[in-house]
Design a protein around this ligand. Structure first.
Ligand code: BTN
Length: 246
């Protein structure tokens, strides 16, 4: 199929239930964040989850963190040193093994008490048994896959099962409003990222600083190298400075 996120969107417009999962062996038009394309050959795990979380839109960034936690927990079972780079890239040895594209859609005619009602499509791409030999080094962050890191292939169905188990657990906490649980686990799984000097591409331009922490709403707290002040970042592309190409 072209993209599991696009397929999910067409299903949700036809009334698909919350929790519907769409998986594809490969994607012809896999999409990444910021209209980038996402290489999705056979061997990787490409899937999307349709959700109808009845929460405020301001809390949706925490759903992105929730998804990253679920995939990280599952990957840790495969004994790889994976960690989260804000907000939801998963890295192994500073190389990207998983990317997540969350897209929210305001549903017409379903205004609920707390605010508008949303559908969210969480699209998850994990490089599992696909390799990157012969690929040009023109990625924002260098990619890797589980087979590259472990030297052996991984059962994709088992991995998907484990991700969905963790997802269901943490999503329930998210829906209950147990954001403290999400933030605590995210901070713990992002430990190698927090404290690093990073550069981040925001709408205001490129900022450099130390990734100090996240706010209660999931924004990044950056200590700027320029003047040591703190800046709250809600969206942007993070590069680890040590990894930047000069
Ligand atoms: C990123 O890091 O830029 C996000 C990549 C998200 C890729 C996944 S693969 C499954 C789903 N379908 C898509 O077209 N994209 C997401």
């Amino acid at each position: 199929m072209s993209s599991t996120n696009d397929f999910a969107k067409s299903l949700l417009l036809k009334g698909a239930k919350s929790g519907t999962v769409i998986v594809s062996e490969r994607q012809i038009k896999g999409r990444g964040r910021k209209t980038r394309s996402w290489d999705s050959p056979k061997g990787g795990l490409w899937f999307s989850i349709i959700l109808y979380p009845f929460v405020l839109s301001a809390d949706l960034p925490l759903l992105t963190l929730t998804s990253a936690i679920a995939v990280t927990e599952a990957l840790l079972e495969f004994k790889v040193p994976v960690y989260i780079k804000w907000p939801n890239d998963l890295l192994i040895n500073n190389k990207k093994v998983c990317g997540i594209l969350s897209e929210s859609i305001v549903l017409p005619n379903t205004v609920v008490e707390q605010g508008k009602s949303f559908a969210v499509i969480v699209g998850i791409g994990v490089n599992v048994n696909n390799t990157f030999d012969n690929k040009p080094e023109n990625f924002l962050v260098r990619p890797t896959s589980l087979i590259n890191e472990l030297g052996k292939s991984v059962d994709k169905n088992r991995l998907l099962d484990r991700i969905l188990d963790y997802f269901s657990y943490y999503y329930t906490e998210f829906i209950k409003g147990n954001f403290a649980c999400i933030l605590k686990r995210w901070r713990s799984l992002a430990k190698p990222f927090l404290g690093q000097t990073i550069s981040i591409e925001t709408e205001e331009g490129v900022l450099k600083g130390v990734a100090e922490d996240i706010t209660e709403k999931g924004s990044l707290i950056l200590r700027l190298l320029a003047d040591n002040s703190l800046k709250i970042i809600t969206a942007g592309d993070v590069a680890l400075i040590a990894e930047e190409k000069i």
